[in-house]
Design a protein around this ligand. Structure first.
Ligand code: NDP
Length: 445
């Protein structure tokens, strides 16, 4: 790392003690900026780097709620409004017991550059709670969401901050959150949340967008080598929104996904994932991956580890951060895996990324490859503002165009800064320069 960048990183570590994931995300971006700052030293002037690593605003609040048995629970809520240079803060809400200030901060920081890469007018934010929706009744989830929104509603708005879903927050939760927002504000601000139901302002293709976009990005990377996903075996982790629609798009493009997972283990289905059954188990029944295996002859459940030991051509980590480490990377490379595209945020550890890059395989960081979700959220905002609704083909065509543009701008930036094929440098440089140019234009704020 260059001296100027190293100093900023040291300050981040000193100021944000114990927030390991945030340090990791900042380090990855700052490391990429060496060649950018060498070529354009003005990006290191006027405290620009110091400002970009400091959130504009962080909110932390108490979320009390009552369970079905009458017991009171107290969770912690977070919203981080990281950077509004390009537009209203935009980023999902995560409900998972592992959520803390550092996790939300890393996600918010990543979101700045991801949103910039989409080319749309959206700033970076993120939020969530350490609430665990697993095993909770609909009524409990509703009461939690209502309490969470009672505080959050003071801070968000269609032109201020527009949350969406993430781990543990899907259509059901967005519905309860929107209902409470509308009740508190006495205003039908459809554009205050994205990921809404189709009957009340949602966009067609938003549910599919992150998974579809990740696979489209992998396809674009392969195209640079004159190859495609046709006939490729794929390992997917996760069995949520991103994983399911990554599997769907991969199948549409002629590939064969053979794994998926949740926190209880992973499934190997050598015949190819039965997507209809997986959707039934996960989306309809809210079941566990074992429920798939019990109804699918030939599929097996592995309760230890993650799916990266299964021999495949392509890996799509779509569950959570740091789920693919150096040992997993070594195993994938040993088995001939030639493409890794991140559907999740920061799923590969720095050591795993180093191994992929040293081996010269195609590796896409999430801030580029999973940007299709937020891009389609911005399309949802556009439809809400115009009080219109596009058909699926129109929304999907826009998503496909945006993913191709993100891919091409990563490739172009990597070439400009002397490291062709380095998608990490390409994504960070292209995202950073777009935000930095606007921050400079806005003055020291
Ligand atoms: P979901 O809640 O729909 O699914 C998450 C999946 O990952 C579940 O199968 C879950 O299993 C598994 N998982 C989560 N945490 C862990 C863990 N600590 N260990 C093992 N398995 C885990 O979330 P999404 O699909 O929406 O999100 C997945 C990833 O994609 C996240 O990193 C998210 O930030 C990222 N992302 C999501 C976008 C979106 O549009 N939804 C947009 C861009 C990125 P279990 O149910 O057992 O916990």
């Amino acid at each position: 790392m260059q001296d100027v960048v190293e100093k900023v990183y040291e300050q981040v570590v000193a100021r944000n003690r114990g927030e390991a994931e945030f340090h990791q995300a900042v380090r990855e971006v700052l490391e990429s900026l060496g060649p950018v700052i060498s070529k354009h030293p003005h990006y290191a002037e006027d405290g620009l780097l110091e400002r970009i690593v400091e959130p504009e605003r962080q909110i932390m609040f108490r979320v009390p709620w009552v369970d079905d048995a009458g017991a009171v629970h107290v969770n912690r809520g977070f919203r981080i409004e990281f950077n509004s240079a390009l537009g209203p803060y935009k980023g999902g809400l995560r409900f998972h017991p592992s959520v803390n200030a550092g996790i939300i901060k890393f996600l918010g920081f990543e979101q700045i550059f991801k949103n910039a890469l989409t080319g749309q007018g959206i700033g970076g934010g993120k939020g969530g709670s350490d609430f665990d929706p697993h095993g909770r009744s609909d009524a409990e989830v509703m009461r939690f969401c209502q309490s969470f929104m009672t505080e959050l509603s003071r801070h968000i708005g269609p032109n201020t901050d527009v949350p969406a879903g993430d781990i543990g927050v899907g259509g059901r939760e967005i519905g309860y959150l929107f209902g409470q927002y509308k009740r508190l504000r006495n205003s039908y601000d459809a554009g205050v949340l994205t990921g809404k139901g189709l009957a009340w302002g949602g966009s067609l293709a938003r549910t599919e967008a992150t998974g579809y976009g990740t696979v489209l990005f992998a396809q674009s990377m392969l195209a640079t080598k004159g190859d495609s996903l046709e006939g490729k075996k794929i390992a997917v982790s996760g069995a949520g929104n991103v994983a399911i629609y990554a599997i769907e798009k991969a199948q549409q493009l002629g590939a064969k996904p053979i794994t998926f997972s949740d926190s209880s283990g992973y499934v190997v289905d050598e015949a190819g994932v039965d997507l209809e059954l997986l959707k039934q188990v996960k989306e309809v029944e809210r079941g566990r991956v074992a429920d798939y295996v019990s109804r699918r002859p030939g599929a097996r459940l592995v309760t230890e580890g993650r799916p990266w030991d299964v021999p495949v051509d392509v890996a799509l980590p779509c569950a959570t951060q740091n789920e693919l480490d150096a040992d997993s990377a070594a195993s994938l490379l040993r088995n001939g895996c030639a493409v890794v595209a991140e559907g999740a945020n920061m799923p590969c550890t720095p050591e795993a990324i180093e191994a992929f890059q040293a081996a010269g395989i195609l590796y896409a960081p999430g801030k580029a490859s999973n940007a299709g979700g937020v891009a389609t959220s911005a399309l949802e905002m556009e439809q809400n503002a115009g009080r219109t609704r596009w058909d699926f083909a129109t929304a999907e065509a826009k998503l496909t165009g945006i993913m191709a543009d993100i891919h091409d701008s990563c490739v172009a930036a990597a070439e400009t800064y002397g490291r062709p094929g380095d998608y990490v440098l390409g994504a960070n440089a292209a995202g950073f320069t777009r935000v930095a140019d606007v921050m400079i234009a806005h003055g020291i704020v």
